[in-house]
Design a binder for this molecule. Structure first.
Ligand SMILES: O=C(O)CCC(=O)C(=O)O
Ligand SMILES: [Fe+2]
Length: 566
């Protein structure tokens, strides 16, 4: 019962009605949720740049920092006001004494006044000047700043890394980013020259000379004169030299060196660099024609070799897509066969790829269930890890927060699994614990395969290896994402925009059980908003009646490959 193209439109027009019918099955549950909602509040761990949830919290803490600072200023102002008043008082008394001349001390009262001033009053002044006013506020402020959740230098670098990733993946321009424009949407925040230099420095460190160059041009254009310009200009020029050298584009570099040497004639380092620059390039060093340096490498031609991260980026940015011809045989429609219950509430399925199978199911999770999940994950998120060199490590390949929750922890999780079984026709008995993840701005998960490689299994990094490999994945979208944050399958030329209540389903393995490299995928960086997903990873064991396995290695596409493998 598949219905041809324009899937999303057709399925969408029916979605709200169907969601109501599903919800009607759980009225008591919904009321319960409302109560639970009011009993809990969200709190969780550190690493704020990897989750918007954390950012909202530290933003709230900054308000408290402001209050402590205000109190500190108020206390110190009070102290200064008091001291100023004493100063005026003492000056007046002394002026009066001066007018009288030595006769002033004929009066015992005046003698007493001077003595009192020099003993009691000045002691008070001295004590007050000595007292560290506002200590309490300072202590509180320090305590807040030292909280584990507060961002540190590493986090700051993480945030810059996120900006650079957005720029690279979505081919954004530094001049727009610096004006707060993200993929055409203006968020109205300007970056000053100093911040642009910081970003450029990190871009250079992470081997993105094109991006670094664009930030340096921006930094230069944002100089505003004065001391700051004197400090920044030589930094910009020195970094420009570095960026151009890495790009092996030496045009105009002679002028840059000359200017640098003019501003900082005492720098031996600049002089030495210039000398070796002239020596190594000879005549070419004087080339000056200025063709602009491109901020992004040109889009590769069809058939050109492309790196894996580049392929992922091109899919995220929509440059890699299926052609209309390739899409022709993809269908969408209502699935009622896998369970009698589906006659009442059919599943809305959209085929995205046939081999390997990739399907998007619409409206397969409900707001009430998402509410429960948000409560369950509360306080449990921690920075996601990846496997690298046979170790599980925190990495900027995966900047999100996640947690695993066993199905036994809440009946909603079991209900979701029943639905997954209906969707996939798979045995959910051997699925892993439910994984929930939240990505913040710039958060992403670079290209990877969900199936385990033999090296991960051998290194003992796979939980319950006796349950076999991850035969299939179901990825629920628990939120929409304002901008970015899709799931990209570079080899299938598919980009799934997160759609709340939908779930993607794909087979990770060939029928023979060999991992399918074509299922490589990744979470594209978030430009704006926050993304929540839930992973159901289904294992191979006990699925043979659901997805019969092949005895020959069907990962080998051709007969020749098959022979070679023997
Ligand atoms: O968040 C996504 O879009 C993909 C997540 C993913 O691939 C994973 O968690 O393995
Ligand atoms: Fe994945």
């Amino acid at each position: 019962m598949f219905c041809g193209v324009k899937c999303r439109d057709q399925l969408e027009s029916k979605s709200s009605g169907e969601r109501i019918s599903y919800k009607m099955m759980f009225p008591v549950f919904s009321v319960l949720l409302l109560v639970i909602n009011q009993l809990f509040c969200f709190v969780s761990g550190a690493e704020f740049f990897s989750s918007i949830h954390e950012m909202t919290k530290v933003f709230g803490y900054e308000q408290k920092l402001l209050l402590h600072m205000q109190k500190f200023l108020g206390d110190n102002q009070e102290k200064l006001d008091f001291l100023k008043a004493r100063l005026r008082e003492f000056e007046n008394e002394r002026n009066e004494a001066r007018e009288w001349g030595p006769a002033y001390f004929d009066s015992p009262i005046n003698k007493y006044l001077l003595n009192k001033r020099l003993t009691v009053d000045w002691q008070r002044v001295e004590n007050l000047m000595d007292a560290s006013t506002g200590e309490k506020s300072l202590k509180r402020l320090r305590k807040l700043r030292n909280l584990k959740i507060m961002p540190n230098k590493k986090e700051l670098e993480g945030a810059i890394d996120g900006v650079l990733r957005l720029q690279y993946v979505y081919r954004l321009e530094a001049k727009d980013l610096a004006r707060g424009i993200l993929d055409g949407v203006n968020y109205g925040n300007q970056l000053n020259s100093e911040l642009c230099v910081d970003i450029a420095r990190l871009a250079l460190r992470d081997q993105h000379p094109r991006l670094a160059h664009s930030w340096l041009i921006e930094a230069n254009g944002r100089l505003t004169g004065g001391e700051k310009e004197k400090e920044l200009r030589p930094q910009i020029l020195a970094l420009l030299v570095q960026a151009k050298a890495e790009l092996e584009d030496f045009r105009g570099l002679n002028d840059t060196y000359q200017e640098l040497l003019k501003i900082q004639p005492a720098s031996e380092q600049h002089a030495k660099n210039y000398e070796s620059f002239l020596e190594s390039l000879g005549e070419k060093a004087l080339l000056n024609d200025s063709k602009p340096i491109l901020e992004h490498a040109p889009i590769p031609e069809e058939g050109e070799t492309v790196g894996e991260f580049q392929g992922y980026s091109l899919t995220c940015s929509g440059h890699w897509q299926l052609t209309p011809k390739e899409q022709r045989n993809l269908r969408c429609g209502y699935v009622t066969e896998t369970h009698p219950f589906l006659w009442i509430a059919p599943l809305k399925a959209e085929e995205l790829f046939h081999d390997p199978l990739l399907v998007l199911y619409h409206d397969v999770i409900y707001q009430s269930e998402i509410d429960v999940i948000r409560k369950l994950t509360n306080n449990r998120l921690s920075r996601a890890r990846v496997t690298s060199h046979n170790e599980s490590v925190v990495s900027n390949v995966r900047t999100s927060q996640f947690t695993f929750i066993p199905v036994t922890e809440h009946k909603v999780l079991a209900t979701i699994d029943q639905r997954v079984a209906d969707m996939t026709n798979m045995n959910m008995k051997y699925a892993e614990d439910h994984q929930f993840a939240n990505y913040g701005i710039g958060g992403h998960y670079g290209q990877h395969m969900d199936w385990f490689s033999q090296t991960s299994v051998d290194a003992g990094l796979v939980s319950s290896p006796e349950m076999g490999n991850r035969i299939a994945t179901v990825l629920f979208y628990l939120s929409d994402v304002a901008q970015g944050g899709g799931t990209a399958f570079p080899q299938l030329r598919q980009h799934l925009k997160p759609k709340k209540y939908a779930a993607a389903f794909w087979h990770n393995l060939h029928a023979s059980g060999v991992g399918d490299v074509r299922t490589q995928h990744g979470a594209c960086p978030i430009i704006a908003g926050s993304k929540w997903v839930q992973n159901r990873w289904i294992r191979e064991i006990d699925q043979s009646d659901r997805r019969p396995c092949e005895l020959w290695d069907d990962s080998l596409a051709t007969y020749a490959q098959l022979l070679e493998a023997k």
